[in-house]
Ligand binder design. Structure first.
Ligand code: ADP
Ligand code: MG
Length: 362
């Protein structure tokens, strides 16, 4: 499935969405991120058919569906609040959308999703006896059981506690990939982007500022050092994101490789799986010479640029690059002068195995 959105526009009093042009390739999860009121829900409503556009067109698999009724679009839509029938139990809710299909087919489809979301033990429960996370799982399973080829998800995990959200989004990415669904996931949480996205669209005041793959979005732009990665307020934190393949994992220490570079993190992860980690710029220490320390990660990098992080305090962001890796370290003006760090020179970037925060596993 592909979605092509061309010149799509919708105005409300005091707000205009668009014109939006967006091309979504097959089997992709795109995360749409933007502040409250930027038009994220409006865009999903237009795609699903709940709202009529003023102008423009939407194509699914190159077929114009701009005026096709909702029920013929075959798009799954999940909202912030789980939509479940309160008078039906969990099983009855999940089976609802496929109650007319044959019995064996129904059984196998439900079994698969119920196992994926780990809700097998809840099938006889009443809806009101579920936790928020369980409700959202059932709601998502209920949607996916109808085998939509496109799933639109409007902040489906926003009301859940962080732990549940982290677990559920991991399940969700795995399931969407297994089922080959084109997913559009709306959020205002930065970490959801790292955990879920193949590509990212940033929406601000009704306009898509940028759409790109996650990696390209986060890469340090060599041509315009002033802009760094501040595409939107969500990426202004200059978090370091590293993604690589696990090569070793024993006794709670895991090694993953990004190109030829090896990094160590805490925890056990399956060999050959992919992990994505965030590292705070404050957690990256710089050294001019190689030093033996207890920190497990040390990498020789080139200083690509030095920018003020905060003009008032004199804190600096040191942008480092090596091969396809870019990192930011945050140090004081005094440290920079003391170590004589200058653009174009090589420095060692050092961080402990405890510094990276895992945000993606697959
Ligand atoms: P987001 O989902 O990014 O928070 P929305 O798409 O819900 O943003 O809303 C974008 C803007 O459009 C807001 O200013 C909102 O008030 C307005 N809006 C959304 N739906 C309607 C509607 N049905 N009628 C009038 N204004 C609307
Ligand atoms: Mg919204």
């Amino acid at each position: 499935m592909t979605i092509d959105i061309i010149n799509l526009t919708k105005s409300f009093p005091g707000f205009t969405l668009g014109p939006i042009d967006l091309k979504l390739p097959d089997n992709t999860i795109i995360v749409l991120i933007g502040p409250t009121g930027s038009g994220k829900s409006t865009l999903l409503n237009l795609i699903v058919g709940l709202t009529k556009p003023d102008k423009g067109s939407i194509y699914i698999n190159e077929i114009d569906i701009t005026n096709t009724p909702i029920e013929s679009r075959r798009i799954g839509y999940s909202f912030q609040n789980p939509s479940l029938f309160p008078h039906l139990n969990v099983y009855e809710n999940i089976v609802f959308g496929i109650r007319k299909s044959d019995r064996d087919n129904r059984k196998s489809q439900i079994k698969r999703l119920v196992e994926s979301f780990e809700v097998s033990n809840l099938l006889d429960r009443d809806i009101h006896a579920l936790s928020g996370g369980e409700m959202q799982k059932v709601s998502l399973a209920r949607m996916l059981v109808t085998k939509p080829k496109i799933m639109l998800m409007d902040e489906p995990l926003v009301h859940l506690d962080t732990k549940t959200r982290v677990q559920l989004r991991k399940d969700l990415r795995r399931i969407l990939k297994e089922e080959g669904v084109l997913g559009i996931y709306v959020t205002h949480f930065e970490d959801d982007v790292y955990a879920l996205a193949d590509s990212v669209s940033v929406l601000e005041k009704g306009i898509i500022k940028k759409t790109d793959t996650l990696k390209t979005m986060l890469a340090f732009p060599k041509n315009q050092p002033q802009s760094t990665s501040s595409i939107s307020e969500f990426f202004q934190k200059d978090h370091n994101y590293l993604e690589g393949r696990v090569t070793e994992s024993t006794n709670g220490i895991t090694i993953f490789k990004v190109g030829e570079h090896k990094f160590e993190i805490l925890g056990d992860y399956p060999i050959d799986s992919t992990v994505g980690v965030l590292i705070k710029p404050e957690d990256i220490i710089l050294a001019v010479d190689f030093v033996h320390t207890s920190a497990r990660n040390i990498i020789k990098t080139k200083v690509a640029a030095i920018h003020a992080s905060n003009i008032k305090t004199g804190i600096l962001n040191i942008h480092l690059v090596i091969n396809n890796i870019s990192l930011v370290s945050r140090i004081t003006q005094e440290s920079k002068e003391h170590l004589k760090i200058t653009e174009g020179e090589y420095v060692y970037a050092i961080f402990k195995a405890t510094a990276p925060h895992i945000v993606r596993e697959e």
